[in-house]
Design a protein around this ligand. Structure first.
Ligand code: UD1
Ligand code: MG
Length: 451
């Protein structure tokens, strides 16, 4: 089957009033990715040659999310037909099939879009292909009116007769249309309907009048879930997480309690990975084979390499790279820092803007003081170094390979390889001091009570 070139128009001009949000609807996230990002990722998998998004006025963040694909602005929301027409100039000269997708319908799979394209392949294919589906509750959807001659027209619920309303086959809104037919048909669409809008759906009736064939392919209700409210977003997130957990488990990972683990759409999980309960993955995480992530860890923008052990209660922030077989333990925060192979930071530590060399050990309570209130600066810890408990490494500073810092050291100057840095001025021990101190304090308290 020779595939005709495909372009896609993504409708994203709706503000989504029911979201009650200052943010455009398609910028709300599922699995840490904006709704429109899900659609774009799927279109990318399909190798769609050109994508144009139709956005509303002032939706700069949507334009950014869609870039490098172009966006066109629909200044007035005059209906789906009008919205699609806005993309005409951006697709001037394009000769092939045009997919029409909704930016607020994130779960339509590449296979589903491909079924639409497949229906447009071969000899004398239908000019207009619509994805139909059978929702549990058809209320609000356009109905597909099919006769012995195939798809005749689409009628919106508000315009439908009681008989037409009883039709269960609904319009998903997703189409594949031959490009030149699309523009010709759209030019004929009027707004003589209940909503006074230019309906994209009218191209079916117009195609039939022009003796062009129209066809329906079947879609799946779960995939066609459109987001209109925060409640829909919750449903979508739940569905997304279920699928993602299943995929990760299928891919060879063990999840002790999958329902408590949250992934992002782009989380990459290797084989033989173990993930404990209550672990959250924000965007941008890659996990190598054999990694163990213990309970209550929060991880985003991080790369965890083969055999590393993370958590419990670890926090990995963007730019964290945990090298092979490195350990990051409880209440350790890592940001924009690399722990090289076998390095360890097991307890109560902040490592930010730093490198921890291979095999180095960072003692409990160590802090890289990376911020002076104005600038962030770097701490470099050499391979095999040993950082004493409660050290403060005041950046910019370099700890040499194999060097040590004493417990509680405040390190402001570079430490050469194999040297020890300590601030200890000798310990002062006063015999009997503690007993006298307590007796004095007790006497003060008793005096107060009596008085
Ligand atoms: C539309 C279909 C209906 C279908 C349903 C599926 C039409 C006339 N009706 O109805 O048959 O069953 O979707 O969900 O096409 N949009 C714009 N600009 C506009 C209008 C809409 O960008 O001027 C975008 C919206 O942001 C949304 C999509 O197009 O992403 C659909 O618009 P919506 O208003 O939700 O259409 P429905 O009335 O639900
Ligand atoms: Mg809708």
């Amino acid at each position: 089957m020779t595939q005709r070139p495909t372009a896609a128009i993504v409708l994203a001009a709706g503000m989504g009033t029911r979201m009650k949000s200052a943010r455009p609807k398609v910028m709300h996230a599922v699995g840490g990715r904006p709704l429109v990002g899900h659609v774009l990722a799927t279109l990318k998998d399909l190798n769609v040659e050109r994508v144009v998004a139709v956005i509303g006025p002032g939706m700069d963040d949507v334009a950014k999310a869609v870039a490098p694909h172009p966006t066109v602005v629909q200044t007035e929301r005059l209906g789906t037909g009008h919205a699609v027409l806005q993309a005409k100039d951006a697709l001037a000269g394009f000769d092939g099939d045009i997919l029409i997708a909704y930016g607020d319908t994130p779960f339509v799979t590449a296979e589903a879009y491909d079924r639409l394209r497949a229906a447009r392949a071969g000899e004398n294919p239908p000019s207009v292909v619509v994805m139909g589906f059978l929702p549990d509750d058809p209320t609000g959807y356009g109905r597909l009116i099919v006769s012995a001659n195939g798809l005749e027209r689409i009628v919106e619920e508000k315009d439908a007769t009681p008989d037409e309303r009883r039709v269960r086959l609904c319009n998903s809104g997703i189409f594949a249309v031959e490009a030149s037919a699309l523009w010709t048909l759209l030019a004929k669409v009027d707004k003589n309907n209940a909503k006074g809008e230019y309906y994209l759906t009218d191209i079916v009736k117009l195609a039939r009048e022009a003796e062009l064939k129209c066809a329906v392919v079947n879609g799946d209700e779960d995939e066609l879930l459109g987001i209109n409210s925060r409640a829909d977003l919750v449903v979508a997130e739940t569905l997304f997480q279920q699928r993602m957990r299943d995929d990760v488990i299928e891919g060879g990972a063990t999840l002790t309690d999958p329902t408590t683990v949250y992934f992002s759409a782009d989380t990459v999980v290797g084989q033989d990975v173990e993930i404990g309960p209550f672990v959250v993955f924000g965007p941008g995480v890659t996990i190598g084979n054999g990694v163990v992530i213990k309970s209550h860890s929060h991880i985003e923008g991080a790369k965890i390499e083969q055999g590393a052990i993370v958590g419990p209660f670890a926090r990995l922030r963007p730019g964290a790279v945990i090298g092979p077989h490195a350990h990051v333990g409880n209440f350790v925060e890592v940001k924009n820092a690399t722990l090289e192979a076998g390095a360890k930071a097991n307890h109560l530590t902040y490592i930010g803007d730093a490198r921890v060399g291979a095999g180095a050990n960072v003692g409990a309570g160590t802090i890289t003081a990376n911020y002076d209130g104005f600038n962030k600066t770097f701490t470099d810890i050499g391979a095999g170094a040993s950082i004493g408990s409660n050290s403060v490494l005041v950046a910019p500073v370099k700890i040499g390979a194999g060097a040590m810092t004493g417990a509680g050291a405040v390190v402001r100057k570079d430490v050469p390889d194999d040297a020890l840095a300590t601030n200890e001025g000798g310990q002062k021990t006063i015999p009997g001091f503690a007993g006298k101190y307590r007796a004095k304090k007790k006497a003060e308290k008793d005096a107060k009570k009596k008085g």
